[in-house]
Design a protein around this ligand. Sequence first.
Ligand SMILES: *Cc1c(COP(=O)(O)O)cnc(C)c1O
Length: 412
Amino acid sequence: MGYVKGLICKECKKEYAKEPIHVCEYCFGPLEINYDYEGIKKVVSKKSIESGPPSMWRYKALLPIDEDPKVGLNTGFTPLVHAKNLGKALGINNLYIKNDSVNHPTFSFKDRVVAVAVSKAIEFGFDTLSCASTGNLANSVAAHAAEAGLKSVIFIPDGLEAGKILGTLIYGTQLIAVKGNYDEVNRLCSEIAVNHKWAFVNINIRPYYGDGSKSYGYEIAEQLGWKTPDNVVVPVAGSSLITKIWRAFHEFEMLGLVDKVQSKIFAAQATGCSPVTTAIKNGSENITPVKPNTIAKSIAIGNPADGYYGIKTANTSGGYGEDIADEEIVASMKLLAETEGIFTETAGGVTVGVTKKLIEQGRIKPDETTVICVTGNGLKTQEALAGSFEAPAVIEPNVNNFEDFFANSLTV
Ligand SMILES: *Cc1c(COP(=O)(O)O)cnc(C)c1O
């Protein structure tokens, strides 16, 4: 058995039973998981976690499923890389990359939320999975549906990168591209959810889905040696990850696993879709929805579901929000690859580039411990780099030909 008492409204605190629902029927606030922390305190310790599996399931007592996980047994516990070369390039000394570009099975942070959502959907007895996705969620839901032997119907905006589309179709799903942006896809799915009893992982299963993100925060703290960092730079789409990293650190504090949390949480977006960072910069608590126009498609949500809480997290932690233009995203993807050997997608370019900007602004100081969230894999967003490189040199298969080439044009 798990440690979930039920659901609770984040705003009016009305309690609900464990159901596939996500909105409070009294105040329309979002529902979240109501944990039995007294019970959790009795079983969770550094030792209990350290003796768990090398996956996100080492934190199972803090995740919202009642039975053993049904899918994604190898998800999470991705590397926390001490990024000395990138740190040097950016002029700071204690820089880390939390690298979910190598997460299992579909190479993004979304495998965490989906592993929980699908395990919970199976507990609820659903036979069909669904979602509205900017790409990575589509990949992950399709893969986990295949693993679970469930049907899946997946909705994406048209015009996504080829790698995101093929990386969904390969799992044998029903993929539907909707003419419009993510926000229109999501609204459509909310309407479809009324007629079809499917598990929409980011809609009716959202409270469970969201808490899968907590594992990313737990891992940062454990992998830093049971410490929370001074700064975390987080890519923001719907604002689930940013709020849950903050929640994860505070749960660890409450359980006595880390000292008092003093981390500043920084929101990172692309300028072409920056409703959260714009609000933070303007000192506003509320989102003004935008129409996305950026190569960072995986985080291009113009009207983020948890945007209000994302803003609040950055502000109450003492962090900030910044955004960068598409050219800087590409330059930052290259910088990370060239300095650390990590090929991230556009969203990772966003966090690296925003970190650079925050250092230049003096908001991140050279001797502080800083973690950059790298949440997806660059092989999925190759379009972003189109025209960035010359084609490889072509030579005949003989030594003389190579030596000629070497003498005349080899640049390394
Ligand atoms: C979905 C996603 C995020 C963040 O999403 P939230 O909705 O803010 O939790 C970040 N990076 C990548 C690559 C994503 O796919």
